[in-house]
Design a protein around this ligand. Structure first.
Ligand SMILES: Nc1ncnc2c1ncn2[C@@H]1O[C@H](COP(=O)(O)OP(=O)(O)OP(=O)(O)O)[C@@H](O)[C@H]1O
Ligand SMILES: [Mg+2]
Length: 277
C-alpha cells in the first residue's frame, strides 16, 4: 500500500465528518455575520457571549457552512485536560501511536475549532490556546516534541455564558483579551417569532403567542428566576404543540417545569402563560 496516499485519504475522510454540507438555518439578529466574516478574514479569534439557547451554536454551524470550513466542536468540562484537546500517545497493536486531539486536528487541517462553554474547563487547560491566539499561531505538542504551525485557515471560536460563572470559573484576563467578542441575546419579538415559527414548524400566531410568553417569563428573571425562557424552550413548546399537545400543557412541560422547582415561581409562570393564550 502507498502509505502517503493512504494516510491522505484517511485524513480527508476524518475531516469529511466535520464538514457542514447543507445550510443550517440562522436568522441574523444584528451585524453578527459581517463581524464574524471580518474576524475570520483577519484570523482573529472570536468569543460568542450570551445566555443559554439564544443561537450561539447555531450561528457557528451556519458560519462554518458559509465560509466552507470544517467545524470541530469541543464541549468543555471541568475534567478536561490539555491532552484531551491536544492529543496523546496511545497503545495499539503496533506500539505507541500519537493521536491528535480535536484542537490539533483543527490546527493541522484548517478547520474552525469551537470550544463550547470554555469557562467550564480549568484555566490550566485553556492556556494551551494562548500561543494559537496571538500572532505566533503555533501549537506546541510538548509530548511529541513538536511545534505545529497553524494551517492558514485555522480559526478559533469560543462560547462564554456571562452570568453563570463565579470568580473561580472565569477566564483569565490574558485569555479573554485575545478575543473579539460578539454579543448574543434573545431577539426582538418579530425576529424571535420568525425563528420559532421556522424551527418548530408552527404558524405565526402560535409562534407569536409563545414569544410573548417568553417575554413575560424573562421579566421574572432576577425576581426568583435565574434565567428567563430561552428561544430553545419556546421552540420546544412549539414542537409539542405541533404534535397536538394543548398549548398550556406544552408550555408547562417545555418551559415552566424545567426552569424552576419553586412552587410560587411555577404559579407565576403558569399565570404568565395563561395571560397570553
Ligand atoms: N438566530 C437564530 N436563527 C435560527 N435559529 C435560532 C436562532 N437563535 C436561536 N435559534 C434556535 O434556538 C436553538 C438554540 O440555539 P443554540 O443551541 O444555538 O443556543 P446556544 O446559544 O448555543 O445555547 P447554549 O449556551 O445553551 O449552548 C437552536 O437549535 C435554534 O433552533
Ligand atoms: Mg451552544
Amino acid at each position: 500500500m502507498d502509505r502517503g496516499i493512504g494516510s491522505a485519504a484517511v485524513e480527508g475522510d476524518a475531516l469529511g465528518d466535520f464538514r457542514i454540507v447543507s445550510e443550517p438555518y440562522f436568522r441574523p439578529v444584528g451585524n453578527e455575520v459581517a463581524l464574524f466574516e471580518a474576524a475570520f478574514a483577519s484570523r482573529m479569534p472570536v468569543m460568542l457571549k450570551g445566555p443559554t439557547g439564544c443561537g450561539k451554536t447555531r450561528f457557528v454551524d451556519h458560519m462554518a457552512w458559509r465560509l466552507g470550513r470544517p467545524l470541530i466542536t469541543v464541549s468543555c468540562h471541568e475534567d478536561m485536560t490539555a491532552s484531551d484537546l491536544v492529543g496523546r500517545y496511545m497503545l495499539d497493536a503496533d506500539g505507541t501511536v500519537w493521536h491528535d486531539g480535536p484542537l490539533t486536528l483543527a490546527v493541522r487541517s484548517g478547520a474552525i475549532c469551537y470550544l463550547d462553554e470554555i469557562v467550564e474547563a480549568r484555566q490550566d487547560t485553556t492556556v494551551v490556546i494562548h500561543s494559537l491566539t496571538d500572532d505566533r499561531r503555533i501549537l506546541p505538542l510538548e509530548k511529541k516534541n513538536e511545534v505545529l504551525k497553524a494551517h492558514p485557515d485555522f480559526h478559533l471560536v469560543i462560547s462564554y455564558n456571562p452570568g453563570y460563572q463565579s470568580v473561580l470559573k472565569d477566564l483569565k484576563e490574558s485569555t479573554k483579551q485575545r478575543f473579539v467578542a460578539i454579543a448574543f441575546s434573545y431577539p426582538e419579538e418579530a425576529v424571535e417569532t420568525e425563528i420559532v415559527a421556522n424551527e418548530a414548524g408552527v404558524d405565526r400566531p402560535l409562534a407569536q403567542t409563545l414569544v410573548r410568553i417568553g417575554h413575560r417569563a424573562r421579566n421574572l428573571k432576577g425576581h426568583g428566576l435565574e434565567e428567563g425562557a430561552s428561544t430553545r424552550m419556546l421552540i420546544n413548546a412549539g414542537l409539542l404543540a405541533r404534535r397536538g399537545i394543548p398549548i398550556d400543557e406544552a408550555c408547562e412541560v417545555a418551559l415552566v417545569l424545567p426552569i424552576t422547582d419553586d412552587p410560587d415561581m411555577r404559579d407565576a409562570l403558569k399565570s404568565a402563560v395563561a395571560a397570553c393564550i
